[in-house]
Design a binder for this molecule. Structure first.
Ligand code: GLY
Length: 325
């Protein structure tokens, strides 16, 4: 591919307005990072970042840090969109998806529709470290997890079971044969301060989804992507929609061509809106980081406004993303 400089890139995507919109909310222009940086989606990302920083400073690798950081959210039963306590599919079964990628090795591991194992990000990590595969799904993923020493457990909590029973009992309840509902995923992008990048993502998927449904989170290049030469990205929201835009790799390739993380996030969402104006009303949000630790985050609209967490220079912050429409 022809190298494109930053000015050419800016001209080609005409993002000047979006850049102006971004400068007040995002910490790009703030203190330059002097070590690792951890960037995660949603307020629960703060605890994930803090754990990741702890693991990294205790001598863990960046992959260890991202995995263990995401485990915090997977383990929390109060978070009903990720891991243990995540809302189940329409049959009442919790099916988890996750993926993690090492930007040095260009190597990802991912897991789809995993049942009865609460830490799919850790199983995905084992796919990288112990196999030559990239993605494992369903029963095979479950049996693989058992072989890797993970223990099966009931992932429905009293609270998530009650929500499912209430949904079942509601006449004409919403189903995913047609209609979407709100959804939050943990996505994390990290750098070690030496231009090594890792990205990961974990979710229980949409509540009441049709069994077997797989959306963006565990798909390499969709829910997450990392490349030490260009940066990393992750997505949260309507994964059925965003899968069609290969959001994370699209953002990373824009950064490779010279866009800042914020410009790349904005442009991805604007592209979605240009190709189908209905997407302006969608639940779509993205985060990105370049290898130098500069970050960006954008939400399509105010109804699905992403708050994102940044851990940098020893400080843990929660920030509001840019809203595009
Ligand atoms: N973005 C997560 C999902 O749609 O499952």
């Amino acid at each position: 591919m022809e190298p494109v400089n930053r000015r050419d890139f800016m001209k080609s995507v005409a993002v000047a307005g979006a850049v102006a919109a971004s400068s007040s909310s995002v910490g790009e222009a703030e203190d330059a990072p002097t070590g690792p940086v951890f960037l995660s989606t949603w307020p629960f990302g703060q605890a994930a970042n803090e754990r990741a920083a702890e693991v990294f400073h205790a001598g863990g690798s960046l992959l260890d840090a991202v995995e263990k950081g995401i485990n915090v959210v997977e383990d929390d039963p109060k978070i009903m969109s990720v891991g243990y306590g995540g809302l189940p599919n329409e049959d009442g079964v919790v099916e988890l998806d996750a993926g993690i990628m090492d930007g040095t090795r260009h190597r990802a591991g991912s897991i789809c529709n995993l049942h009865h194992i609460k830490n799919p990000i850790s199983v995905a990590r084992q796919v990288i470290e112990r196999t030559r595969h990239t993605t494992m799904a369903g029963e095979g993923a479950f049996l693989f997890a058992l072989k890797m020493g993970f223990h099966p457990e009931q992932l429905l909590t009293p609270a998530s079971l009650e929500r499912w029973l209430k949904w079942k009992a509601t006449p004409n309840h919403v189903t995913y044969w047609i209609t979407p509902e709100h959804h939050d995923t943990i996505g994390m992008v990290a750098t070690d301060g030496q231009e090594h990048v890792v990205a990961g993502c974990s979710t229980s998927g949409l509540a009441w989804k049709i069994p077997g449904r797989v959306a963006d989170s565990p798909l390499v290049g969709c829910g997450f992507y990392a490349d030490d030469n260009a940066g990393g990205a992750s997505a949260t929201g309507d994964g059925d929609l965003m899968t069609n835009y290969c959001t994370s790799i699209s953002i990373v390739r824009m950064m490779e061509r010279g866009a800042s993380p914020q410009e790349a996030c904005n442009e991805l969402l604007r592209h979605m809106a240009r190709t189908d104006p209905k997407n302006k009303d969608s639940q779509s949000a993205v985060i990105a980081m370049n290898p130098r630790g500069e970050v960006g985050a954008a939400s399509m609209n105010a109804q699905f406004h992403l708050q994102y967490a940044v851990w940098k220079n020893g400080r843990s912050q929660l920030l509001d993303s840019v809203i595009l429409y």
